[in-house]
Design a protein around this ligand. Sequence first.
Ligand code: GLU
Length: 607
Amino acid sequence: MRLRRRTALGALLPTLLATALAAPAPAAPAGAATVAPHVPTVVGFGGAVATVDPDATHVGLDVLRHGGNAVDAAIAAAATLGVTEPFSSGIGGGGFLVFYDARSGRVRTIDGREAAPVTMQQNAFVNPDTGLPFDFQEARVSGISAGVPGSLATWDAALRHWGTTSLKQALQPASRIARRGFVVDQTFRTQISDNTNAFGRFSSTSALYLPGGQPPAVGSRWRNPDLAATYDLIGREGIGVFYRGAVARDIVQTVTDPPLAAQPIGSWPFPVRPGTMARSDLSDYEVRFPAPTRVSYQGLDVYGMATPSSGGQAVGEALNILGQFDLGAMSRTEVLHRYLEASALAFADRNRYVGDGTSRALLDEILTDGFAGERACQIDPAHALGKPVAPGVPDGSYGGCASASAGAPETAGQSTTNLTVADRWGNVVEYTLTIEQIGGNAMVVPGHGFLLNNELTDFNVSPTQGSAPDPNLPGPGKRPRSSMAPTIVLADGRPFLALGSPGGSTIITTVLQILLNRLAFGQSLPAALAAPRATQRNTAAVPAEPGFAADQAALAALGHLFAANPEIGAATAVEFLDDGRILAAAEPTRRGGGAAGVVVPFGSPPS
Ligand code: GLU
């Protein structure tokens, strides 16, 4: 469907690149001195980086400019996000990385999801005194919610397998920013002030983020020397110091005996419950390299993340369902109706079948066209299905439509960050990383400057599937189901699009909707990102951003029920244009706007 040709513009690449690379190296990351500008869209040559943060984008571009590849740049940018976006990601958390390897033409993935301690039981989040699940905040701000972090092992594995620089080199720019400091913006301050009561409960967290009892002022310089020292230590000694050495000791100490403040700031209404993570849980942690999920859509190959993320399954299944229809012959309302219904159906199957223990055979069966056909025929062109819809039966035998009855509802999260990197050789990294809630479990590991995650609250606290087994209950060593959906789309075996987003389970619909906007509605990538979002996750009401209202009336007439939601997701993406240029795109306004960059800007982005 797309021409792959080397145009006159593409032929300019070697000259442009040589000029850019001969130019003097840029100064230290701008965040060291000022708040760098947010540029949401840019087009050009030589590689691209898109993140939520100008400093991280700057660091990634700097790596590309100095000859690093996409993996080197992605890890350096991720380490920087651990400094400048510490409430969304960092070495206390985990994530999923999808990599297109230009040399082999293959897509690879790393599952760096946090793991439960081997001592974790199914009732870990049930109050032994009442027999009822803990309040979410009580579960979150506890040692129980902290999973064994996977981010650092992900960075190390990615660099060892596909990078060209050392982990030490990749951590250096971030360490410099942590030591020199950066200027506090409104988002940073708000994320602290929203967490004052939780952060104020811990001596280490309040010392770092509530100096003098208050969040740092917008415009002030904020430093994290402990994190700089921890990055330097890891750079010198390798990840062993984190998983087996002094840092492991301090993580376990924090989880099992949380560093409570003698004089809390604010008021925290719950007891802080310790967890059971042991040194052996950390030393046994390993990343996994699952084969990516793959579906075909409009002749394109869409690669995503396999379990324990549900990103690849849900995005892939919904695309397969949409692929059963001739969307090109439909009105916008008819297409959006099918988008909402396909998403609800995919979420029903996600909730019923997808978790850490899901067999690969079952995951692959859910992604067959046969199953999609059976699911698609449940969609009534004239009426929205009653929600929640029931899961289907991916048993390999597909015929008429089974009736859709009630299933289990879905919940949402609200943190995380995403980055997209492409290099001049055509390698692409799509990486979503998180510490779960904004501020994770609110415990900074004393002396090390990073927050622990609360990822284990992504388990279902009690069975959600009626008499059927729930695939996402807590268990020993298990990884909680995720919605993270780093996605790479190939056209004729070569990269065309890469995208991802934070946003809890809305990640799936954000990625799906951007793909729909770009591929079915033919919007430019920046327009596809900027467009108002609506997220149907098999719930009665569909959260929708204000601008979605233009489509709401016609969809409401079909029976969709909308609920206002101020903001959904914060995506980043790249597109490889036919003329050889790369388009980097980030959010124009959501989360304060993202930061896109290319090594050699050339021309204007499409609007
Ligand atoms: N913990 C969530 C997940 O893995 C992501 C958190 C968020 O984006 O809010 O699906």
